[in-house]
Design a binder for this molecule. Structure first.
Ligand code: ADP
Ligand code: ZN
Ligand code: ZN
Length: 680
């Protein structure tokens, strides 16, 4: 059979001499290979094109990666059905990013490429009409700065702006309230003047509506594309298309925004770069921060990593001379100083219903002058355990190793791991005792205690339960900024990035659980969250005060926190990590397995370990069950691989992964996680 000649718009010189000319297509199939198709008759096709192809009995959307010569017999080589021209062709640089992510994170290229597209572009449906007409509003670069920069801010801006057009990674290490956002805005203004694009990654945009507002105020006429997974289909598709056409000049989004094609990319900002939400925990387990650095290299542009408490990985990169550090050591707002941070020794000042006396007094002192207080507790719900004191029974989740959390609002028991819920039992299922007791406390119970204690005070609780509706959260936060609400009770959500002018006191209720954790990252995380939450206090002229309730007031972490000495803390953590042989001194990956029974998961890992002998420079641990073994009805175990050589680890992972794909893993689900950050 003779086929008509096809037009290949790129690389036609490398047309194959043997085999049948074909295109290799990335498809969303969990196999480490591409699929060959004959080019469509009469249409041109090139790498980066989205195409419709037959797969089995169905059609699928794929992306052409390259041209080639197929080994398949001509009659077995099916043809591309359709070249989809409703979105711009994916640029070569974007494909290169995908190849990198696929190789580095050990995920088939097909799955990597397809999952990087917004859902609508993966589907067979045509794109919504509304998203297509890129009504070319002349994008204006008008910039409305909120403040005159301080000397430190101005020199940070000049320093980074001078790197325009070249790759450079800059750690913008600025204490809370130092005005990092203002630095970003000034840098973006320069990018807009040149008609280029700036990508700004933030941990959780839906929780910080104020940030979006600040961007829109600063650039009232710029095309800004918002990107996060909470957007509905049309909005998400439109944002992506605007970004990939180069029309959107500011792209503000969560980690997935790093995967958008940006033809005029000239600056990347990763705000709160230490935040663990930049690491995706399923599918392609990429770190958006690391991907951002790689992207900046590809695009020859600067990347700014902003944080008051950088991740130790980033700190280490700075210490090794790979990243430069730019410091903002003072608060930007006139008269604002960093808060005083002190501990309260719970052994001397025992807590009553969660509060020790000095914390209650500090709150009380602020009620009359109408200053605000924030009570931080890192646990939502009413009480984390419901127990029977007669026999020791406690309410546990049937599908998980975890305990059920009592929620007061709906009077039900919730599992925070699998989302399961059940009614409160009438009595103890083991001994029949009807007097079941809630133990410990979460935000709801703290709110109740405060309400009983300070009648008449307005208490506002903000946690994931109360923040379900975005508009409502946005309104509540605006009210708090205007000074409404006397006592705020909240989790991490309240710690992140908010600017509450009237807030002068922060009380931290339960810092100790993290100090006792076996996870070597627990201290790093605790320091970050405490410094974030402490950073909410005293952001204007009124000084801020922070009290941390603890049984370990002598812990060096608190001393560093009180001195606002992140550098000292980071250095001592690095020493510990080096002595213990943990990242960033070694590179790590884990192979995880989950099965209905732990024994099967463990057996799989033992087999996997034997599949591919590691080189001497790679250490492979014995399989171990997860700390929280059972989740959502599956039991989990893992194998940790470490090496001081990233290349050696990568080579071993590639070999192991190839063997694993060849092996039929019956009754087990597995995945590799490179640079993992969550171990349970
Ligand atoms: P960060 O993100 O570093 O914690 P922000 O960017 O939120 O800090 O800024 C903290 C506060 O300081 C904000 O209220 C901001 O408006 C204000 N601010 C920033 N830069 C200046 C400046 N140059 N002069 C006065 N106030 C400033
Ligand atoms: Zn009992
Ligand atoms: Zn559960």
């Amino acid at each position: 059979m003779k086929r008509l000649p096809t037009v290949l718009s790129t690389n036609s010189k490398s047309l194959p001499e043997r085999g049948n000319s074909c295109v290799r297509v990335a498809l969303d199939v969990p196999l480490p290979r591409l699929f060959d198709y004959a080019p469509p008759i009469g249409a041109s096709v090139a790498s980066g094109d989205r195409v419709t192809v037959p797969l089995g009995r169905r059609h699928q959307t794929g992306v052409v990666i390259e041209e080639g010569a197929s080994e398949l017999a001509p009659d077995r080589l099916k043809a591309v059905i359709d070249v989809r021209s409703d979105a711009p062709r994916l640029p070569a640089q974007w494909l290169e990013l995908m190849r990198f992510l696929s190789t580095y994170y050990q995920r088939p290229l097909g799955e990597t490429v397809i999952s990087a597209l917004p859902p609508r572009l993966r589907s067979l449906k045509p794109l919504p009409r509304k998203s297509l007409n890129g009504n070319p509003v002349p994008a204006s670069a008008r910039f409305m700065p909120t403040h005159t920069l301080t000397a430190d801010q101005a020199s940070a801006v000049e320093h980074i702006a001078a790197r325009h057009g070249t790759f450079a990674a800059a750690l913008l290490h600025g204490v809370t309230g130092s005005g990092k956002t203002e630095v970003y805005l000034h840098l973006i203004a320069r990018v807009l003047e040149r008609g280029e694009q700036a990508l700004v990654l933030v941990p959780e945009i839906s929780l910080t509506p104020q940030l979006e507002a600040r961007f829109r105020e600063a650039f009232p006429e710029a095309r800004l594309a918002l990107m996060h997974s909470g957007l509905e289909d049309v909005a998400r598709t439109t944002a992506w298309l605007e970004a990939s056409r180069g029309d959107a000049r500011i792209i503000l989004g969560t980690r997935l925004a790093v995967l958008a094609p940006l033809p005029k990319l000239a600056l990347i900002v990763v705000d709160e770069e230490h935040d663990s939400s930049f690491k995706q925990q399923e599918g392609l387990r990429y770190s958006a921060r690391d991907a951002a650095v790689y992207r900046a290299k590809l695009s020859s542009c600067p990347v700014v990593l902003g944080s008051a408490t950088p991740s130790l990985e980033t700190w280490y990169n700075f210490r090794q001379g790979r990243y430069e550090r730019i410091e903002l050591s003072q608060r930007a707002s006139p008269g604002a100083r960093l808060p005083t941070v002190r501990t309260v020794d719970l052994r001397a000042d025992p807590a009553d219903q969660g509060f020790c006396a000095p914390v209650l007094e500090a709150i009380a002192r602020r009620l009359a002058p109408r200053a605000q207080s924030l009570v931080f507790i890192n646990r939502r719900g009413y009480a984390p355990v419901l127990t029977c004191e007669a026999c020791g029974w406690y309410a546990g989740c049937e599908r998980c190793t975890g305990r059920l959390v009592l929620h007061a609002a709906d009077r039900r028991l919730h599992c925070h791991h699998c989302g399961g819920q059940q009614p409160i039992p009438r009595g103890c299922p083991t001994c029949g005792n009807v007097d079941l007791k809630p133990m410990g406390r979460g935000t709801q119970r703290v709110e109740e205690t405060l309400a009983a204690r300070f009648a008449g005070a307005r208490i506002v609780r903000i946690d994931r339960d109360s923040a379900r509706r975005r508009a409502e959260l946005s309104r509540t936060l605006a009210e708090i900024r205007r000074g409404e609400g006397d006592i705020l009770v909240g989790t991490q959500i309240l710690a992140k990035g908010h600017d509450f002018p009237n807030l002068t006191f922060v009380g931290v209720l339960n810092a100790d659980t993290a100090l006792l954790s076996t996870d070597y990252r627990a201290a790093e995380r605790l320091y970050a969250v405490l410094s974030q939450v402490a950073g909410r206090a005293g952001r204007r002229e009124q000084p801020g005060e922070v009290l941390v309730q603890t049984r370990y007031p002598d812990h060096p972490l608190f001393a560093a926190l009180a001195r606002h000495d992140f550098s000292g803390f980071a250095e001592s953590q690095l020493t510990e990590r080096r002595n213990a042989g943990f990242p960033p001194y070694v590179f790590e990956a884990v192979l995880r397995a989950e099965a209905p029974q732990l024994a099967r998961a463990m057996e799989f890992l033992r087999e996997a370990r034997a599949l591919e002998a590691p080189p001497e420079s790679v250490r492979v641990s014995d399989p171990v069950p997860h700390v929280m073994t059972r989740r959502s009805g599956l039991e989990r175990a893992q194998l940790v691989m470490q090496s001081t050589s990233r290349a050696a680890l990568q080579a071993h992972l590639a070999a192991l992964s190839a063997r694993l794909f060849e092996t039929a893993a019956r009754g087990v689900r597995w995945h590799l996680d490179v640079d993992p950050i969550e171990f349970d």
